[in-house]
Write a protein that binds this ligand. Structure first.
Ligand code: GDP
Length: 195
């Protein structure tokens, strides 16, 4: 039975030692403004759910949404702000890399990239941190509605080619506006959580 549509805000965490007990969780990551909140809202069918993560004081935290007991959707802090003080960046890097590499309950990462600017250095950094776990990554090329059909096909082909060496990475086009790819993404996440 589907669980994404049952999402409810659970807690915000600033340090790894505060992570809740979890049996299985899927993490959403992406540059700020890539469309992560819109994607979470669409996939959970909760219009304003992920905007909770954007309320003042929560943007640098790991936000947990409970799907069923001990099962979570995890909204990781958006990255790539133009001007972040070095100490904030270092803290973010420490938190994210240790979470991605050490979190046993994490079953997969959904990485949201603006289809017009995919695979930025920080996106690659996220992939690099996660690769040693051998767990799957699913990339959503978001805002695909802004591309022509020709550009969509080209972008998808280019990103797939760039990641050809990586195992356990899948890619799809996605649009929160047109719902393009929403069913495909939801089905994969449900599959990860039920396996
Ligand atoms: P986040 O910072 O990654 O959580 O990004 P948001 O979900 O807040 O989206 C950032 C901006 O992009 C907002 O103005 C959204 O309305 C817009 N946006 C998000 N998803 C889409 C999409 O699929 N298509 C279009 N055209 N705009 C989108």
């Amino acid at each position: 039975k589907p669980v994404l549509n049952r999402a409810q805000f659970h807690t915000s965490v600033a340090q790894l030692r505060d992570l809740p007990y979890s049996r299985a969780e899927v993490a959403f990551a992406g540059r700020s403004n890539a469309g992560k909140s819109s994607a979470i809202n669409l996939l959970t069918r909760k219009n304003r759910l992920a905007f909770t993560s954007k309320t003042p004081g929560r943007t640098q935290l790991i936000n947990f949404f409970v799907l069923e007991p001990d099962t979570y959707l995890v909204d990781l802090p958006g990255y790539g702000y133009a001007k972040v003080p070095p100490e904030v960046k270092a803290k973010w890097e420490g938190l994210l890399s240790r979470y991605l590499q050490g979190r046993e309950a994490l079953v997969g990462m959904v990485l949201i990239m603006d289809a017009r600017h995919p695979l930025t250095p920080l996106d690659r950094q996220m992939l690099e941190w996660f690769a040693p776990t051998g767990k799957p990554v699913h990339i959503l090329l978001s805002k695909a509605d802004k591309l022509s059909n020709n550009e969509k096909a080209l972008t998808l082909r280019r990103v797939k080619a760039e990641l050809a060496e990586q195992t356990n990475v899948s890619v799809q086009l996605f649009s929160s506006l047109s719902r393009l790819g929403a069913d495909e993404a939801a089905a994969l996440i449900e599959h990860w959580l039920s396996a």
